[in-house]
Design a protein around this ligand. Structure first.
Ligand SMILES: [Zn+2]
Length: 352
């Protein structure tokens, strides 16, 4: 109800010229909108996780809006420099993709390229060297594929009771059992992949076919090198998609990630994005010590001069957003009327 009222209000404001007025205001000109994307579906992933995946057609509509509303899309580093120098062009936007999934290479990048839109990819690197699906995500996806079914126990996977796949909660419980077990037993990526393969067998899913399609896999080393050569800005997202509370371990995640990116793209990455949008105050000084220049969150907002460069807000675009809402954010009006909220927990991609 509240949402319908909000959409009706946005519709009214647009027809009354408010989008245009805010978009052309000094207030908007002094601010940068950083867009945040995760996946672009190879098949039906946006139906499984609408908060994480967009259908390619929806992504293309967004790019059309960027063009139609005459937004100035800048590379992230340049945008942040010009923000500090009070030199932003009208309606400035930077586009970022988290994780560096294969579907970025296959679906999103060709679209961005055809629209001439510069993009930053925050690349997590563990799976770049381990070509297999991201464990928790592929388990969740396969269980969703069998939603509605009842699954008998699979004792060898630690699943000792019959399982209800009809609800999200039921499926989530199974994923949690599998993830907790793999953590407890400190399983390697390869061992976890074997568990996923056995789960697929129990579900009657062709795991080899999923693997060949590269669903829920990250870009491999060659693909990362190729997009970087074409001008994609590849930046930091930790090696294993995690931010340990211990300083030495946290900084090792950054150093490992940076080293791997350097070897793939030939230069040192200096911009960072918090995995799953999770941050703590002490991370800021640890990032500074690592020579990082900026860090983005999943908290909703525009960025203005004087904001903490290690706590930059973004607009997380999802399947649930309408084109009207998206355009309200491009104009700046969306940020003015939004309820501020941390978007942290919806975007979890834990790895080993
Ligand atoms: Zn991520």
């Amino acid at each position: 109800m509240l949402r319908n009222a909000k959409l009706a209000a946005l519709s009214f404001l647009r027809s009354a010229g408010a989008f245009e007025a805010v978009a052309n205001s000094k207030w908007r000109r002094d601010r940068l909108l950083i867009l945040c994307y995760h996946g672009t579906s190879l098949e039906d992933e946006h139906q499984w996780r609408p908060a994480l995946y967009l259908a390619p057609q929806v992504l293309e509509q967004r790019l059309q809006s960027l063009r139609a509303t005459r937004c100035s899309v800048l590379p992230l580093g340049e945008a942040l420099q010009r923000l500090q120098a009070r030199d932003l062009p009208p309606r400035s936007v930077a586009v970022t993709f988290d994780d560096g999934a294969y579907d970025f290479y296959r679906q999103a990048y060709p679209l961005l390229k055809s629209y001439g839109i510069p993009v930053t990819v925050y690349q997590t690197t563990y799976y770049t060297d381990n070509p297999m699906p991201v464990f928790n995500l592929i388990c969740s996806y396969m269980l969703w594929k069998r939603r509605g079914d009842q699954l008998g126990p699979i004792p060898e996977l630690g699943l000792t009771q019959a399982m209800d796949l009809s609800t999200q909660l039921g499926r989530h419980k199974i994923v949690r059992i599998l993830v907790e077990r793999s953590e407890r037993e400190n399983l390697s990526g390869r061992e976890k992949n074997e568990i996923a393969r056995r789960l697929a067998g129990a579900l009657g899913i062709d795991y080899a076919a999923l693997t060949i399609k590269r669903i829920l896999q990250l870009m491999n080393a060659q693909e990362v090198a190729e997009i970087a050569k074409e001008g994609v800005d590849v930046q930091l997202h930790t090696h294993r998609h995690r931010t340990p509370d211990d300083e030495a371990l946290f900084r090792r995640e950054i150093a490992d990630n940076r080293g791997r990116i350097q070897s793939l793209v030939g230069h040192s990455a200096r911009h960072f994005c918090y995995p799953s949008g999770v941050y703590r105050q002490e991370f800021v000084s640890w990032l500074e010590k690592e020579g990082v220049l900026s860090a983005t969150t999943c908290d909703a907002g525009l960025v203005k001069r004087g904001d903490n460069p290690f706590l930059l807000s973004r607009f997380v675009d999802t399947t649930g957003r309408t084109q009207l809402e998206f355009e309200s954010w491009l104009s700046g009006l969306g940020a003015l009327i939004a309820f501020r909220r941390a978007a942290t927990q919806s975007y979890t991609l834990p790895e080993d």
